[in-house]
Ligand binder design. Sequence first.
Ligand code: HEC
Ligand SMILES: [Cu+2]
Length: 336
Amino acid sequence: MKQLGKLLPLTAIIFLLTGCGELNLTALDPQGPVAQMQLSLIKLSLYIMIIVIVVVFAIFAYVLWRYREKPGDTHIPKQVEGSKTLEIIWTTIPVLLLIVLAVPNVMDTFTLANVEADENSITVKVTAHQFWWEFEYPDHNVIAGQDMYIPTDTKIIVQLEASDVMHSFWVPALAGKQDNVPGITNEMWLEAEHPGVYKGKCTELCGEGHWLMDFRVIAVEPDKFDKWATNMGEPEQEPATQLAETGREVFQASCIACHAVGGVGGNPVAGGPDLTNFGEREVIAGFLEFNDENLEKWLRYPAETKPGNTMPAFNHLDDSEMEALIEYMKGLKVLD
Ligand code: HEC
Ligand SMILES: [Cu+2]
């Protein structure tokens, strides 16, 4: 039992370090060709290191044992200086190992750096803001917030930019990481083999809310992606209920200046995420479980909920306005 008590925190630490339990937040279970290539390079270097360590330590142990001082030894052993054979062996082996490492590394580096478009690739411009993500699809004329929808089995060319400070785009299950730097466009590519939700994080300390600057890559079948992109570009639908209609009025009065819906509104400098498909998010602001209670908490106390973000507090809304607003927000959908 005592042993178990010691093991549990250790297991917890291992889980934390490997990111287990966090929606695919691991490079060890690749879900696309880029992550696959990266994992093979990691494995190749790891195996070579293991072989080197095992062989070196085995020789070390053998030599310690074989040439130890034995009872009855009277004089020091014959003194030698240098051995051509040994020198050649221990120069050649590392050179060969470095070649074995270098060839796939160089080849994969070129493949990974190839951000040329192919006939069905699509481009997504990813702009990082303190502390949220914007995804622009120039070929489809669509802007989305927080959730990056992509079609499966399609090369996605990712153009990374930042509006304020440096951030870093990281979706370990699909690709490595690359920095978003203000004034510079960095490019990379990724591809998802299967439909699924792959978690992403900002991995460049960018301010108070950095640790909550999460996003999701949502890979869907190409047909579904086309539907998504088409509907994202359509004007907003009439709200389904009277309550939602009332909520829409609140939204038009208080929120539209910063948040676009159906291509209307928003503010490229001081605004927040596009909310056209907000009702389809699994989390609010990248991290809060999506439910009425949390949405109300977010709208009333955004600064307390995600430190450092610039969304103003709407604690002055009365309960009926809040209820209507939440109803409206939940109805913002493009996929059903
Ligand atoms: C001054 C600009 C501004 C106004 C006005 C504003 N917001 Fe925001 N909002 C933001 C910013 C910036 C964020 C991103 C915060 C973050 O995650 O760092 C945000 C985030 C959000 C989110 C989370 C979005 C997501 O994709 O998960 C919701 C929901 C939201 N706002 C709703 C509203 C509603 C409803 C109103 C009106 C009552 C409103 N906002 C008014 C700037 C604004
Ligand atoms: Cu960041």
